[in-house]
Design a binder for this molecule. Structure first.
Ligand code: R1P
Ligand code: URA
Length: 234
């Protein structure tokens, strides 16, 4: 048991998928996992362990933003021995050629958060994904025929920003999309010597104004989910 997770030792797999939305965790457990058992109800931040094609895997909601996600990621690594942590999130695209429902492999993450900056005063520490996981996810996604994008994303502390000019300026420097957790995952993976990957499905578009519904975000982003499951279990 850790401060925010009530699972007993051994109840969480070394490979774990991390959606922000705990109901996306429930959907994945019920739709993709066999013999799934819910190991966490604390704060409604649902977590499940089951098997996928014979391999043990867990899925844990993390909440929104780096302060929340970092709590779960820290406890999963340090109290439960998680080794492969794969965020499966949603994001807003800031490039015209990145379309709604496309899947992004976050090779790296820029951030406006002070969380990481404050750990390395005077330095810009790069937040990068694990190469082996990135490579595997890319191969799995391509084999599925997906329209994949690989590159930089922005992990922001702010959903409703007054300053979209800065976000679009990052877009002019190649950043593909904005979300709220990847940099925190990559920072903690580097800090604790484990493997982190972030896969994102485009749920809305900051250029065109298109949006998906909450139910679609909760239950229909199966391409990303299957890529994540195949990546950690093959
Ligand atoms: O769908 P999730 O994984 O929660 O990710 C995105 O959605 C939330 C904002 O709506 C933020 O957590 C953002 O990163
Ligand atoms: O953080 C997020 C997530 C989805 N869409 C956005 O615009 N921002």
């Amino acid at each position: 048991m850790s401060f925010h997770i009530e699972a007993k030792a051994g109840e969480i797999a070394e490979s774990i998928l991390l959606p922000g939305d705990p109901l996306r965790a429930k959907y994945i457990a019920e739709t993709f996992l066999e013999d799934a058992v819910c190991y966490n109800h604390v704060r409604g931040m649902l977590g499940y362990t089951g098997t996928y094609r014979g391999s043990r895997v867990s899925v844990q909601g993390t909440g929104m933003g780096m302060p929340s996600a970092s709590i779960y990621i820290h406890e999963l690594i340090n109290s439960y021995g998680a080794k492969n942590l794969v965020r499966i999130g949603t994001c807003g695209a800031i490039q015209a050629d990145v379309k709604i429902r496309d899947v992004i492999i976050a090779q790296a993450a820029a951030t406006d958060s002070a969380i990481i900056r404050n750990s390395f005063p005077g330095y810009d520490f790069p937040q990068i994904g694990n190469f082996e996981l990135i490579k595997k996810a890319y191969e799995v996604g391509k084999a599925k025929g997906l329209n994949l994008h690989v590159g930089n994303v922005l992990s922001s502390d702010i959903f409703y920003s007054d300053d979209n000019a800065s976000v679009f300026k990052l877009g002019q420097h190649g950043v593909l999309a904005v979300e709220m957790e990847t940099a925190g995952l990559y920072y903690l993976a580097a800090k604790f010597g484990v493997s982190g990957l972030s896969l994102l499905t485009v749920s809305d578009h900051l250029v065109t104004g298109e949006q998906t519904t909450a139910l679609e975000r909760q239950t229909t982003f199966n391409d990303m989910i299957e890529v994540a499951l195949d990546t950690v279990t093959r």
